[in-house]
Design a protein. Structure first.
Length: 267
């Protein structure tokens, strides 16, 4: 909890993450004012506690303030359950739940309208129907490529998630895939063969977006029960225009999430 400027007590979420080591600083890390404490030695093997100098001990801090109850619950550790959602489940349970919630995505519109983060845009296709903006995700500090993470936000505002996609959206999805890869290799030198490009279902916010992460990075949410490769989504829609209005989808929900309760009540 944080005391606001008017004395009111408000909630905040602070995430602390250790950033990946940068290859060019490893030699400096091992030479410069290093403090080592031996923990164990056995034949040729030994382990130490290593204390690097402050300038090489960077932590990334992400702050959500003021944080809503939804933000607090998102970052608390919870048991997770898998849900198998048919199309009928989506129409009768998930969609009404989404429509009943007040999920704010103003921050997405701020990026698309260049009211915020305009200087962080890596690439933009301005077409209102088939265009998108590619920006670094907050999870990536852009200091190294090991944890490269970008987000493509589509300009269209009528596509909530994977469930809304049909063959009509193939030009948009193909633009995101092709132009996104070209932008990443041009700016960062990372080829498409070393990128994991995917959508989440369920997404964390209901405006269609695509994740671009380094293939070597075990990114949050990249596991099989939540991530859908964009190339596979394109192929599925090319084979069947209404593919995602027909098939069942599996996704994880935390034990405290209201949507899980809706599914449990529906049996």
């Amino acid at each position: 909890q944080v005391t606001g400027p008017s004395g009111e007590v408000m909630n905040a979420v602070v995430l602390l993450e250790k950033t990946p080591f940068q290859e060019e600083k490893i030699s400096e890390l091992l030479k410069k004012h290093m403090k080592l404490e031996l923990q164990m030695r056995n034949d040729i093997y030994s382990t130490y506690h290593l204390y690097p100098p402050p300038e090489l001990s960077e932590l990334k801090a992400t702050v959500v303030y003021p944080a809503t109850e939804k933000h607090l619950q998102k970052y608390l550790r919870q048991e997770v359950h898998l849900v198998r959602e048919t199309w009928e489940d989506y129409r009768n349970i998930t969609l009404p739940f989404i429509q009943s919630q007040s999920f704010s995505i103003q921050w997405v519109y701020n990026i698309l309208e260049k009211k915020a983060e305009a200087d962080r845009i890596i690439h933009e296709n301005p077409d209102p129907c088939n265009g998108f903006v590619l920006v670094p995700d907050f999870k990536w500090n852009q200091n190294q490529l090991d944890d490269l993470y970008l987000i493509a936000l589509v300009h269209r505002r009528d596509i909530k998630s994977l469930r809304d996609l049909t063959a009509e959206h193939l030009p948009l999805l193909r633009n995101v895939l092709q132009e996104g890869k070209e932008a990443v290799v041009k700016r960062f030198g990372v080829p498409g063969s070393q990128l994991r490009i995917y959508l989440h279902y369920q997404p964390s916010y209901y405006h269609l977006h695509v994740h671009f992460t380094a293939l070597s990075y075990d990114a949050p949410g990249s596991s099989v029960e939540r991530a859908h490769l964009l190339a596979d989504v394109i192929d599925n829609l090319a084979m069947d225009a209404a593919y995602y209005q027909k098939r069942a989808l599996t996704f994880p929900l935390r034990a405290d999430e209201p949507l899980l309760k809706r599914f449990q009540e529906a049996g």
